[in-house]
Design a protein around this ligand. Structure first.
Ligand code: SAH
Ligand code: SF4
Ligand code: F3S
Length: 461
């Protein structure tokens, strides 16, 4: 704790958009701020500082933030001393342009500069605008204990790496999150152990491409001064996964995102060895057409992707598989689109996140490829993709009727206070009568009914 707590009793309200990485980052931000005496509030009207953690992945993600800034403007009208900060990916992409566009913005901070927030707020207190969008090659916030903002106290995210080196041609992430870097495995283990001690039962390891996690440990056996040509030990994702799984069999492990070009059988074998590593893989395909994948610079073909799916089905027969699909990328033909639909059917995805391609400034695609699929065609293709996934999701639930799953309870069902909800290892939501069970319990549930989104069942003793 800092004795000169400049922020003492100032109230911070934080709003988070975008992916799980941003959710995890907001928890780092709150930790940095609380350390200087700021207090988090969930009531925007009593805030002294509003921070909005932003996403730039698609144009509509940014549009939403502009809309929020207009709302904050109204609040600031009534409370001129209010500080408004934009942090995260859109802050990194637009930099000072954000302040030029919206005069109400006082502070702009990129994803690698959160440690500087308290200093920057001091600058804002003197009536100036403050900005730090420097990207780092090293920052992993390894030593910062995130302040958990989740409501259930059961599941938490842990960032194991930052940035991305893949440069998929459509993607803004490498520009706003910088180069890929992995975090020290010891700090990851410690964070997972702490969470388990505090009663958490599930952690999700996060990275844009977890399969490229790599940490070179120091070779402590070497006498000082003899660094010679010998290499330290390299820890890859499969080993990290195993280290975390060994903390306790009562701690569930999930991870996201796997990249088809890098997902190794090693990871699948490690998953098969530990029952607490959940049987679910999110493996974004983006497209089922090799032509499109090549233009996307994804680094794999349709056949390679199918080979990876076959490996999952062979090594982990009970594993669920989900994906991301993007439709209407540059030059995508009707045949390419059909290839995507038939890949989806072939894999039989349990669920998917489905998007229309949105051109992002500065990316390879924006500079070299035409955004030439009309909005009308993109919409029609997206509808077909969503409809197909609807059918696949229904099949994915129906095959579970009569099965028994171990469910980790996350809370009371939204639809009925007499019911609890949780997820099975396959990441499917299961709802069942509450009886004497509570949040954080593991309960065996026999599935008796389903909707396209939820499994419904009865607890068995
Ligand atoms: N690192 C992950 C993806 C992170 S972004 C991976 O490589 O799989 C999450 C998803 O957003 C992507 O999988 C993609 O489907 C979608 N996406 C990324 N850029 C996009 C763009 N320019 N337009 C539309 N969707 C996009
Ligand atoms: Fe973007 Fe590709 Fe990196 Fe995923 S792997 S974040 S899609 S550049
Ligand atoms: Fe969005 Fe940044 Fe995540 S652009 S998807 S919040 S890494």
């Amino acid at each position: 704790m800092d004795s000169s707590k400049s922020g003492e009793s100032q109230k911070l309200y934080i709003e988070t958009y975008g992916c799980q990485m941003n959710v995890a980052d907001s928890e780092v931000v709150v930790s940095v701020m609380e350390d200087k005496g700021y207090v988090v509030t969930e009531d925007i009207n009593e805030a002294d500082i509003i921070l909005v953690n932003t996403c730039s992945i698609r144009e509509n993600a940014e549009q939403r933030i502009w809309g929020r800034l207009d709302v904050f403007k109204q609040i600031k009208k009534k409370k001129p001393e209010l500080t408004i900060g934009v942090i995260g990916c859109m802050a990194e992409r637009l930099k000072e342009k954000l302040i030029e566009e919206k005069k109400i913005v006082d502070l702009v901070v990129g994803p690698d500069a959160y440690r500087s927030l308290p200093e920057l707020l001091k600058t804002v207190e003197t009536g100036q605008k403050a900005i730090n969008v420097i990207l780092s090659k090293e920052e992993t916030y390894a030593d910062i204990s995130p302040v958990r903002l989740d409501k259930n106290g059961v599941s938490a995210f842990i960032s194991i790496m930052r940035g991305c080196n893949n440069m998929c041609s459509y993607c803004i992430v490498p520009y706003v999150r910088g180069a890929e870097r992995s975090r020290d495995p010891q700090s990851i283990l410690k964070e997972a152990e702490d969470l388990f001690q505090k009663g958490y039962k599930e952690i999700t390891l996060l990275g844009q491409n977890v399969d490229s996690y790599s940490w070179k440990s120091e070779d402590n056996d070497l006498p000082t001064g003899q660094a010679s040509g010998r290499q330290g030990k390299i820890i890859k994702f499969a080993q990290l996964l195993e280290m975390v799984a060994k903390i306790s069999s009562a701690l569930r492990i999930r991870f996201s995102t796997s990249h088809p070009k890098d997902m190794s059988d090693d990871v699948l074998f490690t998953m098969a060895m530990y029952s607490n590593i959940c049987n679910h893989i999110h493996l974004p395909a983006q497209s089922g057409s090799t032509n499109v994948l090549e233009k996307m610079k994804r680094g794999y073909t349709r056949e390679w992707y199918m080979d990876r799916i076959m490996a999952i089905k062979k090594i982990l027969p009970d594993c669920s598989i989900s994906t991301d699909i993007m439709t209407g990328f540059s030059g995508e033909t009707e045949e390419d689109h059909q290839d995507t639909l038939n890949l989806m059917t072939w894999v039989n995805y349990d669920y998917s996140f489905m998007f229309k391609y949105s051109e992002r400034p500065k990316t390879y695609a924006a500079r070299h490829l035409k955004n030439d699929i009309t909005e009308e065609i993109k919409s029609r293709r997206l509808t077909e993709i969503i409809e197909l996934q609807g059918k696949l999701s229904e099949i994915s639930k129906k095959i579970d009727l009569g099965k028994v799953f171990e469910v980790l309870v996350e809370g009371v069902s939204k639809k009925s206070t007499d019911h609890l909800f949780g997820r099975n290892s396959q990441n499917k939501v299961v709802v069942f009568p509450k009886q004497n069970y509570k949040t954080g319990d593991y309960v065996f549930v026999e599935i008796t009914e389903c909707t396209s989104a939820t499994l419904i069942g009865e607890p068995i003793k």
